[in-house]
Design a protein around this ligand. Structure first.
Ligand SMILES: [Zn+2]
Ligand SMILES: [Zn+2]
Length: 179
């Protein structure tokens, strides 16, 4: 998959929009992509499977902090989280120890980025509904989870069916395992 020039996203109401570029070969596909089942990520996102990916602030325009709709909440001494003050969309997770990197919640990316662009002219209908073929999209490259944090909070039969690298808590607190 070739590196996209840029990908776009924003909050639900559109007050916050952003674009991320990938100027260097090693920027794509992003490697810092994981699902965190910790209670704070769940509460902030409202999702059982909060997933975000880290990007350098330098590659993001405009900087979220320049938008008055962007609000932050300090969820612990180490982390603050960003959201839209108008519609409430949870957007970012920021480690205070790595101020050059922002982790963006992957659901904030636009539908054509995640799923491809809808080709309405080629749509068809059957008993299941309307099928609209899509072209493009970088969902798999962008979103395939490379690790799982706080596996201790996985809900049996609901959120524990993933392959790949798992950590019981945070990455700093122990070795990864698979299975
Ligand atoms: Zn909004
Ligand atoms: Zn978390």
């Amino acid at each position: 998959m070739t590196r996209p020039e840029s990908i776009a996203g924003g909050c639900l109401c559109g007050a916050i929009r952003f674009k991320i570029t990938f100027p260097k070969e090693e920027d794509w596909p992003p490697q810092s992509n994981g699902i965190c089942q910790c209670t704070m990520c769940r509460k902030h996102s409202g999702s059982l499977l909060p997933q975000c990916c880290g990007f350098p602030w330098a590659n993001i325009t405009p900087h979220f902090a320049s938008n008055p709709a962007y609000k932050t909440y300090s969820s612990s001494v180490h982390v603050y989280r960003g959201f839209c003050g108008t519609c409430g969309s949870a957007l970012t997770c920021n480690e205070k120890s790595t101020p050059d990197i922002v982790e963006i919640n992957l659901g904030a990316f636009d539908e054509d980025v995640l799923c491809g662009t809808r080709d309405e002219e080629k749509a068809w209908e059957d008993e299941y509904g309307r099928h609209v073929p899509r072209t493009g999209g970088v969902g798999k490259e962008l979103c395939y989870p490379r690790y799982h944090l706080f596996w201790e909070n996985a809900i049996p039969g609901v959120t524990d069916d993933f392959a790949g690298k798992k950590y019981l808590q945070d990455r700093a607190k122990g070795e990864a395992f698979t299975g």
